[in-house]
Design a protein around this ligand. Structure first.
Ligand code: CA
Length: 233
């Protein structure tokens, strides 16, 4: 992959400058947009590899920007919002954002989120060239057509729901999936009961999948938001 181009959408000049300086220092190419209108224009004309999108812009709702970009592109979008705005993050993820960054954030967090997203991008590019019926991620392997998952070559004894859950997370590796998104995909609806069941299935799935209890390697929890399958290096 060539040097990735990052579009920074942020109306707050100090935050925007911090982000662009960080990207520059770490050898990324970047573009900046202070408004929603600029963001959509630059996203369509420059086709960046990743977008950082502040949800609180003066001229447009950030969610609307995600919807517009999603109507023509799958470019990864990482939304930026304040800590108190969990509902906005969930709406943004359900509208098609890939990840989120909570203000105030550190330079390290910004770079970490970017690395996760770029790994996901390179995986998406490899997947489209290769046979995608077999998934491998570190010591985990999933054979989708056969319906089996293996850890270090040993078959995992998963229930049908655990397997479905694992496949859904695997197919979206690197992306944060909300509770609503997951329950809708697994049960076709999202009631409070389903979200409670999801937690239970996640515990049992992790017991089988994660070698070290308490320090998950594959599935990351986003408290109050959802889960993400991490790409193992
Ligand atoms: Ca703002």
């Amino acid at each position: 992959m060539n040097k990735p181009v990052i579009l920074v959408v942020e109306d707050d000049a100090p935050v925007r400058n911090l982000m662009s300086t960080t990207l520059k220092t770490h050898d990324y190419k970047y573009l900046t947009a202070p408004t929603g209108r600029d963001a959509i224009m630059m996203a369509s004309s420059h086709n960046p590899d990743v977008v950082f999108l502040d949800l609180g812009l003066p001229d447009m709702d950030g969610i609307e920007i995600i919807r517009q970009i999603r109507s023509w592109s799958n470019m990864p979008i990482i939304v930026i919002s304040a800590r108190s705005e969990d509902d906005d993050k969930i709406t943004a993820l359900d509208a098609g954002a890939d990840d989120y960054l909570t203000k105030p954030f550190s330079v390290e967090e910004l770079l970490a989120r970017l690395r996760v997203t770029i790994r996901r991008l390179s995986m998406m590019n490899t997947d489209s060239n290769n046979d995608s019926s077999i998934y491998t991620n570190g010591s985990l392997k999933i054979d989708y057509p056969v319906g089996c998952a293996f850890l270090n070559g040993e078959e995992l004894k998963l229930t049908p729901i655990e397997f479905k859950l694992l496949c859904l997370l695997a197919k979206n590796t690197g992306k944060v999936l909300t509770h609503t998104y997951i329950t809708q995909n697994i049960w076709g609806r999202s009631w409070d009961n389903d979200i409670a069941s999801l937690r239970v299935f996640m515990v049992t799935l992790r017991k089988k999948l994660e070698p070290t209890a308490g320090s998950p390697e594959f599935i990351q929890t986003h408290v109050g938001i959802g889960y993400r399958m991490l790409k193992i290096e």
